[in-house]
Design a protein around this ligand. Structure first.
Ligand SMILES: NC(=O)c1ccc[n+]([C@@H]2O[C@H](COP(=O)([O-])OP(=O)(O)OC[C@H]3O[C@@H](n4cnc5c(N)ncnc54)[C@H](OP(=O)(O)O)[C@@H]3O)[C@@H](O)[C@H]2O)c1
Length: 283
């Protein structure tokens, strides 16, 4: 990387950030397209969030990704929020050109799934009702799913999210239930999305949220967990001859969307994916 006086700085704010996969992914993309940009990670403690945003603006930083714990609180320091990010209630990308916040996590998941199947008119089952589920659920609704069922251990949380998605008027059929009822929803489901950390490293031998015997071979199974690459749930999907979608693709495409917001260019996703895989393998 050749950093010069003219280099545009983009980056990540969060706490902690040192294990982030985003710097190698974005810097590989800038290098590939010969763009005069560099991506760095900034560890920002919660009490410093406001001054970090103001400082970034003063320093002429072009764009930031935002991760835990700042995705919600950062919204009050921005001038504008993208419509779906506003519905989600969280921002993971800032464009300092117009101080506008976006949420590319959900788009990332949708692009990953749409490599395998269209979401339009599909019955989608989402397990989990936390931050990732919120981002994904609104985008599933926006992309024209026929129905959305949100399943969670804490059913009240699933009900609250279902209500919020219904109130967005993006979709008319939204249900909530306990995750223990998952098998009864899979018969009529076209797409299953796991947003719980079940199966995530180091708990790679967790009992999966659904097993092969409960999956039909037309089911598309997306696991947001990306470490390990092939989770216990995806192993079950493969056993059932269903179609697996890997969590790394969501990571990749959320990055690709942020890249496009900052540079106005289509991201070189092949190069970004290679950089991501190399970095994850090193862990
Ligand atoms: N691929 C990507 O780019 C990407 C992006 C974001 C997140 N993720 C992954 O998505 C997962 C969730 O992240 P998040 O930010 O949404 O977390 P979160 O806000 O903490 O939500 C976690 C959700 O999982 C449920 N859950 C936790 N442990 C469970 C268990 N043992 N059995 C059943 N349900 C369980 C929780 O249920 P309760 O409400 O009942 O506690 C909650 O609904 C993480 O593994 C994360 O790595 C991946």
């Amino acid at each position: 990387m050749n950093i010069k006086g003219s280099t545009n700085i983009v980056g990540l704010i969060g706490h902690p950030v040192e294990h982030s996969f985003s710097p190698p992914m974005h810097n590989a993309a800038f290098k590939q397209l010969n763009l005069d940009y560099a991506y760095v990670a900034f560890d920002v403690e919660p009490q410093n969030l406001k001054s970090a945003i103001e400082g970034a603006e003063s320093l002429g930083i072009r764009g930031l990704n935002v991760t835990i714990p700042h995705k919600i609180d950062v919204m009050e320091y921005l001038d504008d929020i993208d419509e779906v990010a506003g519905l989600i209630g969280a921002v993971n990308t800032i464009d300092f050109k117009d101080m506008k916040g976006y949420n590319t996590d959900g788009i990332g998941a949708v692009r990953a799934i749409e490599e395998v199947t269209s979401i339009k008119d599909k019955n989608v089952v989402v397990a989990g009702a936390g931050g990732a589920s919120r981002a994904i659920s609104f985008y599933i609704a926006k992309y024209g799913a026929k129905s959305l069922t949100i399943l969670n251990r804490n059913v009240e949380k699933a009900q609250k999210l279902a209500e919020d998605v219904l109130n967005s008027d993006l979709i008319s059929d939204v249900k909530a239930d306990s995750i223990s009822e998952i098998t009864s929803y899979l018969n009529h489901g076209d797409i299953l999305i796991n947003t719980t950390p079940v199966g995530m490293h180091p708990n790679i031998n967790d009992k999966p949220i659904a097993s092969a015997g409960n999956m039909h071979d037309d089911l598309v199974v997306f696991d947001a967990v990306y470490n390990p690459n092939e989770t216990v749930l995806l192993k079950e999907a493969i056993k059932a001859n269903a179609k697996p979608v890997y969590g790394i693709k969501m990571l990749l495409y959320q990055g690709a969307e942020s890249f496009k917001i900052w540079t106005g260019r289509e991201a070189p996703v092949d190069v970004m994916e290679e950089a991501l895989r190399k970095t994850i393998d090193l862990k």
